[in-house]
Design a protein around this ligand. Structure first.
Ligand code: S3P
Length: 436
Protein backbone atom coordinates (compact mmCIF):
# COMPACT_ATOMS: atom_id res chain seq x y z
CA UNK A 1 0.00 0.00 0.00
CA UNK A 2 1.48 3.43 -0.93
CA UNK A 3 2.59 5.66 1.96
CA UNK A 4 0.14 8.37 0.86
CA UNK A 5 -2.86 6.03 0.93
CA UNK A 6 -6.03 7.87 1.90
CA UNK A 7 -9.67 6.88 2.44
CA UNK A 8 -12.71 9.12 1.95
CA UNK A 9 -16.11 8.50 3.51
CA UNK A 10 -19.36 10.36 3.55
CA UNK A 11 -22.38 10.22 5.77
CA UNK A 12 -23.86 6.70 5.97
CA UNK A 13 -27.37 7.99 5.25
CA UNK A 14 -29.18 4.69 5.71
CA UNK A 15 -27.05 3.41 8.59
CA UNK A 16 -24.74 0.42 8.92
CA UNK A 17 -26.10 -3.07 8.23
CA UNK A 18 -24.68 -6.57 8.06
CA UNK A 19 -22.85 -9.31 9.84
CA UNK A 20 -19.06 -9.34 9.90
CA UNK A 21 -16.25 -11.16 11.68
CA UNK A 22 -13.47 -8.83 12.79
CA UNK A 23 -9.89 -10.18 12.58
CA UNK A 24 -8.13 -11.95 15.44
CA UNK A 25 -7.04 -10.22 18.61
CA UNK A 26 -3.75 -8.36 18.33
CA UNK A 27 -2.60 -8.72 21.94
CA UNK A 28 -3.35 -12.43 21.99
CA UNK A 29 -1.71 -13.03 18.58
CA UNK A 30 1.62 -11.51 19.69
CA UNK A 31 1.62 -13.63 22.84
CA UNK A 32 0.67 -16.84 21.02
CA UNK A 33 3.58 -16.35 18.60
CA UNK A 34 6.06 -15.73 21.41
CA UNK A 35 4.94 -18.51 23.74
CA UNK A 36 4.28 -20.98 20.91
CA UNK A 37 7.81 -20.37 19.58
CA UNK A 38 9.22 -21.57 22.90
CA UNK A 39 6.83 -24.51 23.33
CA UNK A 40 7.68 -28.20 23.33
CA UNK A 41 6.22 -29.47 20.04
CA UNK A 42 3.62 -28.13 17.63
CA UNK A 43 0.34 -26.31 18.04
CA UNK A 44 -2.39 -25.41 15.57
CA UNK A 45 -3.08 -21.69 15.63
CA UNK A 46 -6.41 -20.53 14.25
CA UNK A 47 -7.43 -16.95 13.48
CA UNK A 48 -4.00 -15.37 14.04
CA UNK A 49 -4.08 -11.66 13.24
CA UNK A 50 -2.30 -11.31 9.89
CA UNK A 51 -1.60 -7.62 10.40
CA UNK A 52 1.84 -6.09 9.93
CA UNK A 53 2.45 -5.89 13.70
CA UNK A 54 1.68 -9.51 14.45
CA UNK A 55 3.36 -10.82 11.30
CA UNK A 56 6.53 -9.03 12.40
CA UNK A 57 6.40 -10.86 15.73
CA UNK A 58 5.79 -14.18 13.99
CA UNK A 59 8.73 -13.58 11.62
CA UNK A 60 10.90 -12.67 14.61
CA UNK A 61 10.04 -16.00 16.21
CA UNK A 62 11.00 -17.77 12.97
CA UNK A 63 14.34 -15.93 13.14
CA UNK A 64 14.79 -17.61 16.55
CA UNK A 65 14.12 -21.07 15.14
CA UNK A 66 10.36 -21.59 15.41
CA UNK A 67 8.74 -22.98 12.26
CA UNK A 68 5.45 -22.04 10.68
CA UNK A 69 3.66 -24.54 8.45
CA UNK A 70 0.87 -22.86 6.46
CA UNK A 71 -2.72 -24.05 6.91
CA UNK A 72 -5.86 -23.59 4.83
CA UNK A 73 -5.67 -19.77 5.06
CA UNK A 74 -3.00 -17.30 6.23
CA UNK A 75 -4.64 -16.95 9.68
CA UNK A 76 -4.36 -20.68 10.37
CA UNK A 77 -1.00 -22.43 10.68
CA UNK A 78 0.99 -24.92 12.68
CA UNK A 79 3.60 -23.36 14.90
CA UNK A 80 6.45 -25.61 15.98
CA UNK A 81 8.29 -24.38 19.02
CA UNK A 82 11.93 -24.65 19.93
CA UNK A 83 11.35 -26.36 23.27
CA UNK A 84 12.97 -23.42 25.07
CA UNK A 85 16.05 -23.69 22.87
CA UNK A 86 15.75 -20.79 20.43
CA UNK A 87 18.88 -19.73 18.58
CA UNK A 88 20.40 -16.31 18.02
CA UNK A 89 18.76 -14.36 15.19
CA UNK A 90 21.02 -13.94 12.15
CA UNK A 91 19.68 -10.43 11.59
CA UNK A 92 18.32 -7.59 13.69
CA UNK A 93 14.65 -8.06 14.56
CA UNK A 94 12.16 -5.67 12.93
CA UNK A 95 9.22 -4.89 15.24
CA UNK A 96 7.66 -2.47 12.72
CA UNK A 97 5.14 -0.23 14.46
CA UNK A 98 4.50 -2.47 17.45
CA UNK A 99 5.25 -1.45 21.02
CA UNK A 100 3.72 -4.71 22.22
CA UNK A 101 5.94 -6.82 19.96
CA UNK A 102 9.10 -4.97 20.99
CA UNK A 103 8.42 -4.82 24.73
CA UNK A 104 7.31 -8.44 25.05
CA UNK A 105 10.13 -9.81 22.92
CA UNK A 106 12.66 -7.74 24.90
CA UNK A 107 11.51 -9.53 28.06
CA UNK A 108 12.19 -12.92 26.48
CA UNK A 109 15.42 -12.02 24.68
CA UNK A 110 16.96 -10.47 27.80
CA UNK A 111 16.90 -13.91 29.46
CA UNK A 112 18.20 -15.99 26.52
CA UNK A 113 21.88 -16.88 26.09
CA UNK A 114 22.65 -14.81 22.98
CA UNK A 115 22.72 -11.25 21.76
CA UNK A 116 20.02 -9.57 19.72
CA UNK A 117 18.87 -6.19 18.53
CA UNK A 118 15.31 -4.91 18.12
CA UNK A 119 14.36 -1.99 15.93
CA UNK A 120 11.17 -0.46 14.58
CA UNK A 121 9.68 2.30 12.50
CA UNK A 122 9.96 6.00 13.28
CA UNK A 123 6.89 6.01 15.55
CA UNK A 124 8.09 2.98 17.52
CA UNK A 125 11.59 4.41 17.86
CA UNK A 126 10.16 7.43 19.63
CA UNK A 127 8.17 5.43 22.20
CA UNK A 128 9.44 4.94 25.77
CA UNK A 129 11.38 1.74 26.42
CA UNK A 130 12.80 2.76 29.81
CA UNK A 131 9.61 1.35 31.34
CA UNK A 132 10.78 -2.17 30.45
CA UNK A 133 14.51 -1.54 30.64
CA UNK A 134 14.27 -0.53 34.33
CA UNK A 135 12.60 -3.67 35.71
CA UNK A 136 14.54 -5.98 33.38
CA UNK A 137 17.82 -4.30 34.40
CA UNK A 138 16.94 -4.88 38.03
CA UNK A 139 16.69 -8.59 37.12
CA UNK A 140 20.27 -8.30 35.84
CA UNK A 141 19.40 -7.84 32.15
CA UNK A 142 21.77 -6.02 29.82
CA UNK A 143 19.59 -3.90 27.59
CA UNK A 144 20.71 -0.69 25.96
CA UNK A 145 18.42 1.85 24.33
CA UNK A 146 20.45 3.07 21.35
CA UNK A 147 17.89 5.39 19.78
CA UNK A 148 18.34 9.04 18.82
CA UNK A 149 15.78 9.84 21.51
CA UNK A 150 16.84 8.98 25.07
CA UNK A 151 15.40 5.70 26.35
CA UNK A 152 14.14 4.69 22.92
CA UNK A 153 14.77 1.85 20.45
CA UNK A 154 16.73 0.33 18.77
CA UNK A 155 17.33 -1.94 21.75
CA UNK A 156 20.58 -3.83 22.01
CA UNK A 157 20.26 -6.92 24.18
CA UNK A 158 23.08 -8.99 25.65
CA UNK A 159 21.19 -12.05 26.82
CA UNK A 160 22.20 -13.44 30.21
CA UNK A 161 20.97 -15.34 33.26
CA UNK A 162 18.55 -13.18 35.24
CA UNK A 163 17.46 -13.25 38.85
CA UNK A 164 13.87 -12.98 40.06
CA UNK A 165 12.38 -9.72 41.38
CA UNK A 166 9.13 -8.45 42.78
CA UNK A 167 8.25 -5.42 40.69
CA UNK A 168 5.87 -2.61 41.59
CA UNK A 169 4.58 -1.29 38.24
CA UNK A 170 4.61 2.52 38.23
CA UNK A 171 1.88 2.59 35.55
CA UNK A 172 -1.01 0.30 34.60
CA UNK A 173 0.66 -1.35 31.61
CA UNK A 174 0.04 -4.90 30.41
CA UNK A 175 3.08 -4.63 28.18
CA UNK A 176 5.44 -3.88 31.07
CA UNK A 177 3.76 -6.51 33.26
CA UNK A 178 4.13 -9.07 30.48
CA UNK A 179 7.76 -8.19 29.70
CA UNK A 180 8.66 -8.89 33.35
CA UNK A 181 6.58 -12.09 33.53
CA UNK A 182 8.05 -13.42 30.29
CA UNK A 183 11.57 -12.75 31.58
CA UNK A 184 10.47 -14.33 34.88
CA UNK A 185 9.33 -17.55 33.24
CA UNK A 186 12.89 -18.03 31.93
CA UNK A 187 14.48 -17.21 35.28
CA UNK A 188 15.05 -19.52 38.22
CA UNK A 189 12.83 -18.56 41.16
CA UNK A 190 9.61 -16.59 41.58
CA UNK A 191 9.19 -13.29 39.76
CA UNK A 192 6.22 -11.20 40.84
CA UNK A 193 4.59 -8.00 39.68
CA UNK A 194 2.12 -5.74 41.41
CA UNK A 195 0.05 -3.53 39.11
CA UNK A 196 -1.76 -0.35 40.25
CA UNK A 197 -4.90 -1.38 38.33
CA UNK A 198 -6.04 -4.51 36.54
CA UNK A 199 -4.71 -4.57 32.97
CA UNK A 200 -5.39 -7.01 30.14
CA UNK A 201 -4.57 -10.48 31.41
CA UNK A 202 -3.86 -12.36 28.17
CA UNK A 203 -0.36 -13.36 29.26
CA UNK A 204 -1.73 -14.91 32.45
CA UNK A 205 -4.52 -16.73 30.57
CA UNK A 206 -2.08 -18.04 27.97
CA UNK A 207 0.31 -19.19 30.70
CA UNK A 208 -2.49 -21.34 32.01
CA UNK A 209 -3.42 -22.51 28.48
CA UNK A 210 0.18 -23.62 27.91
CA UNK A 211 0.59 -25.24 31.33
CA UNK A 212 2.88 -22.56 32.76
CA UNK A 213 2.33 -22.27 36.52
CA UNK A 214 1.32 -18.70 37.30
CA UNK A 215 -0.51 -17.36 40.31
CA UNK A 216 -2.86 -14.38 40.31
CA UNK A 217 -4.22 -12.75 43.49
CA UNK A 218 -7.99 -12.53 43.95
CA UNK A 219 -8.03 -8.81 43.10
CA UNK A 220 -5.96 -9.50 39.96
CA UNK A 221 -3.26 -7.02 40.99
CA UNK A 222 -0.47 -9.44 41.97
CA UNK A 223 0.84 -11.97 39.50
CA UNK A 224 3.79 -14.30 39.82
CA UNK A 225 5.50 -16.96 37.78
CA UNK A 226 8.09 -19.47 38.95
CA UNK A 227 10.74 -20.37 36.43
CA UNK A 228 12.29 -21.87 34.56
CA UNK A 229 9.14 -23.26 32.97
CA UNK A 230 8.32 -25.65 30.14
CA UNK A 231 5.61 -24.60 27.69
CA UNK A 232 3.27 -27.39 26.59
CA UNK A 233 2.11 -27.03 23.00
CA UNK A 234 -1.69 -26.67 22.98
CA UNK A 235 -3.86 -25.74 19.99
CA UNK A 236 -5.53 -22.36 20.15
CA UNK A 237 -8.31 -20.42 18.43
CA UNK A 238 -7.83 -16.65 18.76
CA UNK A 239 -11.08 -14.65 19.17
CA UNK A 240 -11.86 -11.46 17.23
CA UNK A 241 -10.29 -8.25 18.51
CA UNK A 242 -12.69 -6.15 20.60
CA UNK A 243 -10.49 -3.12 19.87
CA UNK A 244 -11.25 -3.59 16.16
CA UNK A 245 -14.91 -4.31 16.89
CA UNK A 246 -15.06 -1.02 18.84
CA UNK A 247 -15.06 1.03 15.61
CA UNK A 248 -18.28 -0.65 14.53
CA UNK A 249 -19.80 -0.58 18.03
CA UNK A 250 -19.47 3.19 17.95
CA UNK A 251 -20.42 3.62 14.28
CA UNK A 252 -23.66 1.63 14.64
CA UNK A 253 -24.48 3.42 17.90
CA UNK A 254 -24.20 6.91 16.40
CA UNK A 255 -25.55 6.46 12.88
CA UNK A 256 -29.40 6.32 12.91
CA UNK A 257 -31.01 3.25 11.35
CA UNK A 258 -28.01 0.96 11.97
CA UNK A 259 -28.16 -2.67 12.98
CA UNK A 260 -25.07 -4.87 12.78
CA UNK A 261 -23.72 -8.08 14.26
CA UNK A 262 -20.05 -8.75 14.94
CA UNK A 263 -19.26 -12.45 15.30
CA UNK A 264 -16.79 -14.20 17.62
CA UNK A 265 -15.52 -11.07 19.37
CA UNK A 266 -13.24 -11.52 22.39
CA UNK A 267 -15.05 -10.59 25.60
CA UNK A 268 -12.23 -10.83 28.12
CA UNK A 269 -13.42 -8.86 31.19
CA UNK A 270 -10.14 -6.90 31.21
CA UNK A 271 -10.92 -5.64 27.70
CA UNK A 272 -14.68 -5.09 27.54
CA UNK A 273 -15.19 -1.67 29.18
CA UNK A 274 -16.02 -0.14 25.80
CA UNK A 275 -19.28 -2.12 25.92
CA UNK A 276 -20.02 -1.00 29.50
CA UNK A 277 -19.29 2.64 28.74
CA UNK A 278 -21.25 2.74 25.47
CA UNK A 279 -24.22 1.08 27.20
CA UNK A 280 -24.00 3.71 29.94
CA UNK A 281 -24.23 6.32 27.17
CA UNK A 282 -27.45 4.69 25.97
CA UNK A 283 -26.15 2.36 23.25
CA UNK A 284 -28.18 -0.75 22.45
CA UNK A 285 -25.61 -3.56 22.57
CA UNK A 286 -26.56 -7.22 23.03
CA UNK A 287 -24.18 -10.13 23.48
CA UNK A 288 -25.31 -13.59 22.35
CA UNK A 289 -23.68 -17.00 21.93
CA UNK A 290 -21.19 -16.22 24.69
CA UNK A 291 -18.61 -18.94 25.19
CA UNK A 292 -16.59 -18.87 28.38
CA UNK A 293 -13.41 -20.49 27.11
CA UNK A 294 -9.85 -19.58 28.22
CA UNK A 295 -10.55 -16.32 26.42
CA UNK A 296 -14.33 -15.69 26.43
CA UNK A 297 -15.98 -14.59 23.19
CA UNK A 298 -19.41 -14.08 21.70
CA UNK A 299 -21.48 -12.31 19.04
CA UNK A 300 -22.32 -8.64 19.54
CA UNK A 301 -25.38 -6.97 18.02
CA UNK A 302 -25.63 -3.19 17.99
CA UNK A 303 -28.71 -1.19 17.03
CA UNK A 304 -28.83 2.58 16.79
CA UNK A 305 -30.96 3.72 19.72
CA UNK A 306 -31.29 7.48 19.38
CA UNK A 307 -28.85 10.07 20.62
CA UNK A 308 -26.23 8.94 23.11
CA UNK A 309 -25.71 10.84 26.36
CA UNK A 310 -22.38 11.93 27.84
CA UNK A 311 -20.58 9.99 30.56
CA UNK A 312 -17.58 10.14 32.86
CA UNK A 313 -15.18 7.27 32.30
CA UNK A 314 -14.09 5.81 35.63
CA UNK A 315 -10.40 5.68 36.52
CA UNK A 316 -10.47 1.87 36.77
CA UNK A 317 -12.12 1.61 33.35
CA UNK A 318 -9.24 3.40 31.60
CA UNK A 319 -6.77 0.47 31.26
CA UNK A 320 -9.70 -1.69 30.14
CA UNK A 321 -10.50 0.56 27.14
CA UNK A 322 -7.23 2.41 26.60
CA UNK A 323 -7.02 1.60 22.87
CA UNK A 324 -10.69 2.48 22.31
CA UNK A 325 -10.43 6.06 23.57
CA UNK A 326 -10.04 7.76 20.16
CA UNK A 327 -13.25 6.17 18.89
CA UNK A 328 -14.98 6.66 22.26
CA UNK A 329 -14.14 10.36 21.91
CA UNK A 330 -15.91 10.26 18.54
CA UNK A 331 -18.99 8.74 20.22
CA UNK A 332 -18.77 11.50 22.84
CA UNK A 333 -18.78 14.18 20.13
CA UNK A 334 -22.22 12.91 19.05
CA UNK A 335 -23.53 12.50 22.62
CA UNK A 336 -25.61 15.07 24.47
CA UNK A 337 -23.54 16.72 27.25
CA UNK A 338 -19.91 16.66 28.35
CA UNK A 339 -17.98 13.39 28.42
CA UNK A 340 -14.99 13.30 30.75
CA UNK A 341 -12.02 11.04 29.99
CA UNK A 342 -9.21 11.63 32.50
CA UNK A 343 -6.46 9.50 34.17
CA UNK A 344 -5.37 8.52 30.68
CA UNK A 345 -1.92 10.16 30.36
CA UNK A 346 -0.68 6.86 28.83
CA UNK A 347 -2.45 7.97 25.65
CA UNK A 348 0.35 10.46 25.09
CA UNK A 349 2.85 7.65 24.42
CA UNK A 350 0.85 5.45 22.05
CA UNK A 351 1.40 5.24 18.26
CA UNK A 352 0.69 8.99 18.32
CA UNK A 353 -0.01 11.36 21.20
CA UNK A 354 -3.65 10.30 21.15
CA UNK A 355 -4.84 13.11 23.42
CA UNK A 356 -3.47 15.71 21.01
CA UNK A 357 -4.33 13.89 17.79
CA UNK A 358 -7.88 13.03 18.89
CA UNK A 359 -8.53 16.59 20.10
CA UNK A 360 -7.01 18.11 16.96
CA UNK A 361 -9.07 16.01 14.58
CA UNK A 362 -12.30 16.49 16.53
CA UNK A 363 -11.77 20.27 16.45
CA UNK A 364 -11.07 20.13 12.71
CA UNK A 365 -14.55 18.62 12.32
CA UNK A 366 -16.14 21.35 14.46
CA UNK A 367 -16.15 19.42 17.75
CA UNK A 368 -15.84 21.07 21.15
CA UNK A 369 -12.93 19.57 23.08
CA UNK A 370 -10.85 20.54 26.04
CA UNK A 371 -7.44 18.91 26.33
CA UNK A 372 -5.79 18.02 29.66
CA UNK A 373 -2.39 16.48 30.37
CA UNK A 374 -4.20 13.22 31.19
CA UNK A 375 -7.25 13.27 28.98
CA UNK A 376 -10.08 15.06 27.26
CA UNK A 377 -13.46 16.62 27.92
CA UNK A 378 -15.74 16.53 24.92
CA UNK A 379 -18.99 18.46 24.71
CA UNK A 380 -21.11 16.77 22.11
CA UNK A 381 -24.49 16.85 20.52
CA UNK A 382 -23.83 19.38 17.76
CA UNK A 383 -23.31 18.16 14.19
CA UNK A 384 -19.73 17.64 12.99
CA UNK A 385 -18.65 18.56 9.48
CA UNK A 386 -16.44 16.53 7.17
CA UNK A 387 -12.76 17.48 6.90
CA UNK A 388 -9.45 16.33 5.51
CA UNK A 389 -7.58 14.88 8.45
CA UNK A 390 -4.13 13.51 9.24
CA UNK A 391 -3.80 9.98 10.65
CA UNK A 392 -0.52 10.88 12.35
CA UNK A 393 0.80 7.43 11.44
CA UNK A 394 -1.71 6.01 13.92
CA UNK A 395 -4.10 3.23 12.83
CA UNK A 396 -6.63 3.93 15.58
CA UNK A 397 -6.78 7.64 14.74
CA UNK A 398 -7.37 6.76 11.09
CA UNK A 399 -10.17 4.28 11.81
CA UNK A 400 -11.72 6.35 14.61
CA UNK A 401 -12.09 9.41 12.39
CA UNK A 402 -13.40 7.41 9.44
CA UNK A 403 -16.17 6.41 11.87
CA UNK A 404 -16.72 10.10 12.70
CA UNK A 405 -16.98 10.71 8.95
CA UNK A 406 -19.91 8.28 8.73
CA UNK A 407 -22.00 10.69 10.80
CA UNK A 408 -20.53 14.06 9.73
CA UNK A 409 -22.02 16.43 7.14
CA UNK A 410 -20.13 16.17 3.83
CA UNK A 411 -17.00 14.21 3.06
CA UNK A 412 -14.18 13.18 5.40
CA UNK A 413 -10.78 12.12 4.10
CA UNK A 414 -8.14 10.44 6.24
CA UNK A 415 -4.63 10.96 4.89
CA UNK A 416 -1.77 8.48 5.19
CA UNK A 417 -3.90 5.72 6.58
CA UNK A 418 -1.91 2.75 5.29
CA UNK A 419 -1.14 2.22 8.99
CA UNK A 420 -4.57 0.62 9.39
CA UNK A 421 -2.85 -2.57 8.22
CA UNK A 422 -0.85 -2.73 11.44
CA UNK A 423 -3.96 -3.90 13.29
CA UNK A 424 -6.98 -4.30 10.99
CA UNK A 425 -6.32 -5.62 7.51
CA UNK A 426 -9.70 -5.67 5.77
CA UNK A 427 -11.04 -2.60 7.60
CA UNK A 428 -11.86 -0.81 4.36
CA UNK A 429 -13.68 -3.87 2.99
CA UNK A 430 -15.76 -4.05 6.19
CA UNK A 431 -16.47 -0.33 5.92
CA UNK A 432 -17.89 -0.85 2.43
CA UNK A 433 -19.75 -3.99 3.41
CA UNK A 434 -21.50 -2.35 6.37
CA UNK A 435 -22.33 0.93 4.66
CA UNK A 436 -23.55 -0.35 1.26
C1 S3P B 1 -1.19 -4.03 24.99
C2 S3P B 1 -1.27 -3.24 26.08
C3 S3P B 1 -1.63 -1.81 26.02
C4 S3P B 1 -2.31 -1.46 24.70
C5 S3P B 1 -1.58 -2.06 23.53
C6 S3P B 1 -1.55 -3.56 23.64
C7 S3P B 1 -0.77 -5.44 25.16
O1 S3P B 1 -0.45 -1.03 26.13
O2 S3P B 1 -2.39 -0.07 24.55
O3 S3P B 1 -2.23 -1.72 22.32
O4 S3P B 1 -0.98 -6.26 24.25
O5 S3P B 1 -0.25 -5.76 26.23
P1 S3P B 1 0.21 -0.69 27.58
O6 S3P B 1 0.43 -1.96 28.25
O7 S3P B 1 1.50 -0.01 27.27
O8 S3P B 1 -0.76 0.21 28.26
Amino acid sequence: MPSDYCITVSRAASGLHGVITVPGDKSISHRVAILGALADGSLQVQNYLCSEDCLNTLRAMQQLGATVTPGDCPQNFTLTGTGMRPHAPKQDIDCGNSGTGMRLMAGVLAALPFNSRLFGDESLQSRPMKRIIDPLASMGARLTACGKKAGCAPLSIEGCTLHPIRYELPMASAQVKSAVLLAGMLTEGTTGVHQPAVTRDHTERLFSHFGVPCSVSEDGLDISVTGPVRIKAADIVIPGDISSAAFWLVAASIVPGSEITLRHVGLNPTRDAIITVLRRMGADITVTNRVDAGEPYGDITVKAAGKLTATTVLKEEIPNLIDEIPVLAVAAAFAEGTTVIRNAAELRVKESDRIATTAGNLRAMGGEVEEFPDGLEITGGKPLHGATLESYGDHRIAMGFLVAGLMAEGETTLLHCQNINTSYPGFEAHLHELTN
